[in-house]
Every structure is written in C-alpha cells, then in structure tokens.
Write a protein that binds this ligand. Structure first.
Ligand code: SF4
Length: 348
C-alpha cells in the first residue's frame, strides 16, 4: 500500500481541497454530492496526471459528457466537440490526450496529423458515429449525383472523408441554410435531420434533406412526457433540449441548442431551475459553475463517454496501448480535413 511522506501528504491535502472547492455542488450518478473523501481519492490521480502532462508536454481536452473529476481535475480545456476541435487546432503540445469517444480523438488527429493523439477510453464507440459507414455514404452519393453531403461531427474519419462539409450541433442550421443547393444529404443523425428540416422551414429556406444513419442512444430516450413531468413537478422550470432529441421533445422544450448554447442560455437567464435533456455530464458542469441555480437531469448517461477515467488517463499518459493511440491513413486525413476546414470557413 502507498503511504505518502509528510510533503506528499501536504500536496494531497491541498489538491483534495482544491477539488472539493470545485466539485462539492456536483452530483454523482446516484444523486449524492461529491464529498471530501471522494476528492482525496481523485487527488491521488490528479496530482500525478498533472505532473505527467508537464513532463510530456501533453494537453488534455475533455468533453463535457465525460466525468467531473477529469473536467475539473486535469483538463486544460473542456467543452463540446466543436470547441475542443478548435482547441486541437491551436495547441503547441506534442501529445493531445482526448477524453471523449473515438471519433472525437480521430477529429483531433485529422487536425493535427503530426502530433500523437491518445484517448484513455480506447475505441469507445458512439451510436451515431457507428450508424453509417463510408461505403454507405459512397452509395448515397452514387444514388444522388451532385447532391452535397453534410456530416454531423459525430461520424468516423472515413465518413468525414466522404463528405463535403462537417457540421456540429451548434452550426448545423446556419451551415445548411447557407448551402446553395436545393437538396442535401445529411448523415448520420436521423433525428437531427428532422430538426434541421423544421428549422429550415421556420427560416423560410426550402431544401430537401436526404437523411441516413441512426440516433444517439442518450438523446433518443427523451419523450414529450418527460417534459410534461418536469413541468408538473417543478413549476416555472425552463426545459433545455439538445437537437439530437426527437423533434416533438424539441418543440415542447423552452430552448433547443448545443451543449455550449445551453450553457450560454443558463448564464444569461434570470431563471433558477432548469430541466436539462442531454447527457448528465453537462448537468454536472452546470451544477459546478452555477451554484445558485438548480439543474434537474434525467437518466441521460452515455456509457461510452464514461469509459474515460482518471486511472486510464494516467495509464494512457504513462504508456499508451495501441488501442489508445489514433492512427489514420494519410489519404483519409487529407480528405476528412477538407470537410472540417469547410465547416470552419462556413461558420465564420
Ligand atoms: S452522448 Fe450520444 S452522440 Fe454523444 S458520444 Fe454518447 S452516444 Fe454518441
């Protein structure tokens, strides 16, 4: 058993209290709040990981849907896919450790081909990214000649390489509206495709959306009844939904937006209680950052995101396994990069 000396004990105590200051208002999945003993356990890892980061000139990007001990304990930046992909472009670090799912780490590699990109959770999947293959996108193109392909960022590198423009939940509506064509192929989120049709119609933009793929296993579980229950139980609640939810749920919510847009909405709102129809990680972030407000989450746990832990983050930094390191063929990187660059251009 590891027994710290006096100096290590003092560092551990300081780190545990730092974490407790950040996490004491954050709920575990069982509803209990983070305690000081929880923070001591995390501090053992965060001290070591933060030291390793410096030694190896590594940067840690953590998606908001991972776990609070990564987001607040070791991440240099946290946010949604779009914010993190922008950070990945700017970094001077030699190693990018991406706490998220595999397609996100691939995106960081596409944007930084010369850097080592590692992911603690290894080949962690995503029901959206896994819903369509590059061959299926090729077939769609062949069936609809001349129709451009928009791919949601939650897609594999191979699918991005077969697409014209990548989009995120934060810019999908604006980019689709800017496309000059009357028809668009949209992959791989069928629910977002329906939300896109509705939003374009609201803006008076006429386009036919040819959609293929699947849905997010977290967001597709929300039903209109959940919104009704929240409103009944918490009068005055503001309900926020993600565009990966069913259109009926989006219509019943008070606000629909990406995780960043939801955070901005909370920051600007005078309301005190919010129902958050997305992944629990965002609920945890809002609890940590807006301690005077109350957030009601609902069973939204992404088991893929939660595969990133302090333990496998430390191991990945020490000595990544082949499964934890992203390798992509050069031609896939070149092609996929074009669709991301087109997104950056079109979101200016
Ligand atoms: S929350 Fe949904 S879209 Fe995000 S990684 Fe998990 S399965 Fe994929």
């Amino acid at each position: 058993m590891f027994v710290p000396d006096a100096e290590q004990q003092s560092l551990l105590e300081k780190e545990a209290h730092r974490l407790y200051g950040l996490l004491s208002s954050v709920s575990h999945n069982n509803g209990e709040k983070w305690s000081l003993p929880d923070c001591y356990k995390a501090a053992f890892y965060t001290l070591r990981i933060n030291r390793l980061k410096k030694e190896k000139n590594a940067i840690i990007l953590a998606h908001s849907y991972t776990v609070p001990e990564l987001v607040y304990g070791v991440a240099d930046f946290s946010g949604d896919s779009y914010a993190l992909s922008r950070k990945a472009v700017d970094t001077q670090a030699d190693i990018i450790l991406f706490a998220g799912v595999w397609f996100m780490a691939e995106t960081a590699k596409i944007l930084n081909p010369s850097k080592r990109v590692i992911i603690p959770a290894g080949h962690a999947g995503c029901t959206l990214a896994d819903a369509i293959t590059e061959e299926e996108v090729r077939s769609l193109r062949a069936a609809h000649p001349g129709v451009p392909v928009l791919c949601y960022v939650n897609s594999t590198a191979g699918v991005k390489a077969q697409s014209d423009v990548c989009v995120t939940s934060g810019n999908v509506f604006d980019i689709a509206a800017k496309m000059p064509q009357k028809e668009l192929i949209f992959v791989p989120d069928l629910l977002m495709a329906r939300n896109l049709e509705i939003e374009l119609a609201k803006r008076g933009v006429k386009k036919k959306i040819i959609a293929a793929g699947g849905s997010c296993c977290v967001h597709n579980k929300y039903k209109v009844e959940h919104v009704s229950v929240l409103r009944r139980k918490y009068p005055g609640i503001k309900v926020l939904a993600h565009p990966e939810c069913h259109p009926e749920v989006c219509a019943a919510a008070d606000y629909v937006g990406s995780t960043q847009a939801m955070t901005d909405y909370v920051a600007q709102s005078a309301d005190k209680i919010f129902g958050v129809l997305t992944e629990q990680g965002l609920v945890n972030r809002l609890e940590a950052e807006y301690k005077d407000k109350t957030f009601i989450g609902a069973f939204g746990i992404c088991s893929y995101m939660k595969q990133n832990t302090l333990d496998n983050t430390m191991r990945a930094l020490l000595n990544p396994s082949p499964d934890q390191e992203v390798q992509l063929p050069a031609e896939v990187i070149t092609q996929a990069r074009k669709s991301l660059q087109n997104m950056f251009e079109m979101s200016r």
